[in-house]
Design a protein around this ligand. Structure first.
Ligand SMILES: [Zn+2]
Length: 429
């Protein structure tokens, strides 16, 4: 089942729609956004030079710095009179990126999220408990309006309030919950403490987003909660959640290409890469009027797959994002992603699926400490467990962490609202 016919349109049909919409976007951006007009003028380009998505590589990228430089609304193409909603990205440093939507934009966003829900096997009869935060963060309201568009039931519970979440799951029989992957696991722990077996509840699907999730982490969530876990992707600068989602095949996330045009580029040189090569995802909005964005560098590393999916959708699929170029950790000159530590932690039944990474600098030398929780049932040798985990980390990271800290179950702080923080970099403080 699909939400609308564009999801199964032929690639030629899709290209036609993309090109037509792109011309409109370019015109709109050039006429109304100083940033884009200056970009075109500097490159010696006119809007007519961009006739097709194939012409996009003529243009420079738009970056988060460009949003910052044009704070708060310098990137807007619409008058404030026509903007009916503002959101902001959750930046950890500096000012947030402000994004706006016209009524048409909200309509497109709702449809994109409704497509996502249907792709995840959710229908009008389902009850969706939305545990993303409401407010400036696009997650809460973005998901919310998509559920309404589909005609399913939304419970706008928002983030936190975990005991209440469990009660709602049980009393209202929610079929679906949307939350971060780390929160899904926390929810299972709280349900257990409250005397529920979360696997016995009607909950069938977890839509997780806002945090990267490794495959072992997904399997852990699916097993602990007795659900299927699907990954949803999006970013405020482009629209919010709903850019792409996994279908029930769980084999890549379908990007709604008639709304968002994807490219993959070499993160170092910016050169477009061949199909199937891993690189940085660059997105162009094709249907956004308050804030058209051309060639936005997402910082997310992935691969595109244009084969038609078993589900029948023709929309290209991107791999799950397990590394953002921003999240790359460099310790003593060695690069790694937190997801690599996560995959090791989840290999061991003796430890819980929670971890913390601390990086410090002593005598000009970087030090890496990894903290994991030992499960209550563990009765073997701690020394031996420590040795085995350290050995695996050394293999995966190509260097040995300075310290592996084993703590009792429950000792690593859980995050009830927003994104979990797993990496603490104390260098330069
Ligand atoms: Zn599919």
């Amino acid at each position: 089942m699909v939400f609308d016919s564009m999801e199964t349109a032929s690639r030629d049909e899709l290209r036609e729609v993309q090109d037509e919409r792109l011309q409109e976007m370019v015109e709109l951006a050039y006429e109304n956004v100083d940033y884009y007009r200056e970009m075109f003028d500097e490159e010696g380009l006119a809007p007519e030079d961009i006739q097709s998505v194939e012409d996009l590589s003529k243009l420079p990228f738009t970056t988060k710095e460009d949003f910052r430089d044009n704070y708060p609304t310098g990137m807007f193409a619409a008058d404030m009179d026509d903007v009916i909603r503002i959101h902001a990205s959750s930046g950890t440093t500096g000012k947030p990126k402000i994004v706006g939507y016209t009524r048409d934009d909200l309509d497109v966003w709702s449809k994109a999220v409704a497509r996502c829900l249907v792709a995840a096997g959710i229908g009008p009869n389902d009850i969706v408990q939305n545990a993303y935060g409401y407010g400036l963060f696009t997650g809460g309201l973005g998901l919310h309006q998509g559920v309404e568009e589909l005609g399913a039931t939304v419970i706008p519970i928002g983030g936190g309030n975990t005991q209440r979440q469990v009660e709602m799951l049980a009393d209202l029989g929610s079929d679906v919950i949307s939350c971060t992957p780390s929160y899904a696991l926390y929810l299972a722990e709280v349900a257990e403490d409250m005397g529920y077996d979360i696997r016995d509840l009607p909950l069938r699907v977890v839509i997780f987003g806002a945090e990267p999730c490794t495959e072992p982490m997904r399997m852990e969530i699916e097993e602990r909660l007795g659900v299927i876990g699907v990954d949803i992707y999006g970013l405020s600068e482009i629209v919010g959640p709903g850019v792409s989602i996994e279908c029930e095949q769980q084999d890549g996330l379908h990007i709604w290409e008639d709304y968002f045009y994807p490219e993959i580029v070499d993160p170092n040189t910016g050169e477009p890469l061949e199909e199937g090569q891993e690189g940085e995802l660059v997105l162009t909005t094709l249907s956004k009027h308050a804030l058209p964005v051309l060639r936005y560098r997402t910082g997310d590393l992935t691969t595109l797959n244009y084969d038609t999916c078993e589900c029948g959708r023709t929309a290209v699929r991107m791999d799950n994002i397990t590394g953002r170029s921003d999240d790359l950790i460099i310790v003593r000159g060695v690069n790694f992603y937190p997801s690599e530590v996560e995959s090791v932690v989840l290999e061991f039944d003796e430890v819980a699926p929670h971890y913390r990474i601390d990086i410090s600098r002593e005598n000009n030398l970087d030090k890496l400490k990894v903290t994991v929780e030992v499960v209550d049932e563990f009765s073997g040798s701690i020394t031996d467990l420590k040795r085995r985990i350290t050995e695996r980390l050394s293999n995966v990271l190509s260097f040995t962490p300075d310290e592996l800290n084993l703590v009792e179950y429950g000792n690593i702080a859980r995050t009830e609202v927003g994104k979990v923080q797993r990496v603490y970099d104390h260098r330069g403080q």
